[in-house]
Design a protein around this ligand. Structure first.
Ligand code: ZN
Ligand code: ZN
Length: 413
């Protein structure tokens, strides 16, 4: 079906029975009991139960805690819908009646909303299976935060054990006045790389620096000099963020430690720029170590990383057209590429087109109370993903089901 208006009508029909109250119960239940990466046993169990009840063939334990539900519904394309399930080590401060009951763990990135949307869409598509034809595969992915979840599912045979997709869809809850749908054809999320650096020194007494090589000073110079990479070596037209998030050295004021350890995170949107920045990092570490007289070369190792998320432009345009029909043209916008990262694209088999978009979820009260007049000012002021105050509004429960259903229906004849 290619007519966006027809797909939108079908989407509205198919989701008209979706009850906000029942989605809210599931969402609040998931929100109360968040589970960290690869520990999503209860969450995966709830999703699997609902998928089974709706008639999906369900496989659990894919990539440790992942869930895959398959609904074969006649001839036609295969569509994958993906939602991630894990929470974060954040102590919730929202004061919501359904706030986290797990000490130090919170659904601060909204993945509980993603599971709820996925469940709602899966159930609506199953209930109205007479209206479409094809195979729908619903994927509850573990461990998006910190990475590893998508790769674990692929390593566990996601691409071989289940029907190969013709298109893959995913979405993320985001700050912004509730009810906007941000579509970007092409690059939508950045690549992310963690880099670990160990600076060797010669430990000794704090009173006798002449008999030691102080790795703290060298590491401090590295941190400072790294600040020049983006400002002095990267074109102003490129988007790059380099943040040194870890600096570990020493135990006591009067001991020069034998080593210092740094870890940084890099966000880039262009593979050539990424290579260039990584080379600059290595050069600076080597140079500062030489200048500081390190007894051995510093170690630079790559840690966890995500590739960039690059939407298939044609697919994105088609889904955007349907979302415009469902929600109204003014609600479908393009925030442009984010510096955030996702492992969504790692789930997708090579050459298969995919589309990923954002659904904004800040409540009207919070949005109006935020200082500033411009969208950008308010966006900086309202609680964002990973904040202990992040609290998506329940008004987005049904729309997030419709976005997924609409995307799936846009592929099914
Ligand atoms: Zn997150
Ligand atoms: Zn997230």
């Amino acid at each position: 079906m290619t007519d966006p208006a027809a797909v939108a009508r079908l989407t509205r029909d198919l989701t008209s029975a979706v009850k906000s109250g029942s989605l809210a119960d599931l969402y609040q239940d998931l929100h109360r009991v968040p589970e960290l990466a690869f520990q999503e046993h209860r969450t995966a169990g709830l999703l699997a139960e609902r998928l089974s009840a709706a008639g999906y063939a369900v496989t659990g334990g894919v990539g440790r805690t992942g869930v895959v539900g398959v609904l074969e519904n006649g001839d036609g394309p295969v569509v994958w819908l993906r939602g991630d399930m894990d929470a974060l080590p954040v102590t919730e401060k929202t004061g919501l009646s359904y706030a986290s009951t797990v000490e130090g763990v919170m659904h601060a990135c909204g993945h509980d909303m993603h599971v709820t949307w996925l469940t709602g869409a899966a159930e609506a598509m199953a209930a109205a299976r007479d209206a479409w034809s094809g195979t729908l595969v619903v994927i509850g992915q573990p461990a998006e935060e910190g990475g590893g979840g998508a790769a674990a599912m692929v390593a566990d045979g996601l691409h071989d054990r289940f029907p190969r997709p013709d298109a893959v869809f995913g979405q993320h809850v985001a700050p912004g006045p509730a009810g906007l749908y941000s579509h970007t054809p092409g690059l939508i999320m950045s690549a992310s790389d963690d880099v670990h650096i160990t600076v060797p020194g010669v430990g000794g007494h704090g009173s006798r620096p002449e008999a030691s090589v102080d790795p703290v000073v060298t590491a401090a110079h590295i941190v400072t000099r790294l600040q020049t990479v983006v400002s002095r070596e990267v074109s102003a037209a490129e988007s790059v963020v380099l943040t040194v998030g870890e600096f570990h050295a020493g135990q006591r004021p009067n001991i020069i430690p034998a080593e210092a350890r740094l870890a940084l995170n890099l966000r880039t949107q262009n593979p050539k720029v990424r290579e260039r920045v990584l080379a600059a990092i290595r050069r600076i570490v080597e140079g500062e170590c030489l200048a500081g007289g390190c007894p051995a070369p510093a170690e630079v190792t790559m840690g966890a990383g995500f590739p960039a998320t690059v939407n298939d432009a044609t697919l994105d345009e088609q889904v955007t057209a349907v979302h415009r029909e469902v929600f109204g043209t003014a609600t479908v916008i393009d925030f442009g590429p984010a510096m955030g990262s996702e492992d969504f694209s790692l789930l997708v088999p090579a050459q298969v087109p995919y589309d990923f978009w954002f659904v904004t979820s800040t409540s009207t009260e919070a949005w109006q109370a935020a200082p500033g007049d411009e969208l950008g000012e308010k966006l900086d002021a309202v609680p964002s993903n990973h904040s202990p105050l992040f609290a998506p509004d329940l008004s987005v429960l049904v729309p997030g089901v419709q976005t997924l259903a609409a995307a799936a229906l846009s592929r099914f004849a």
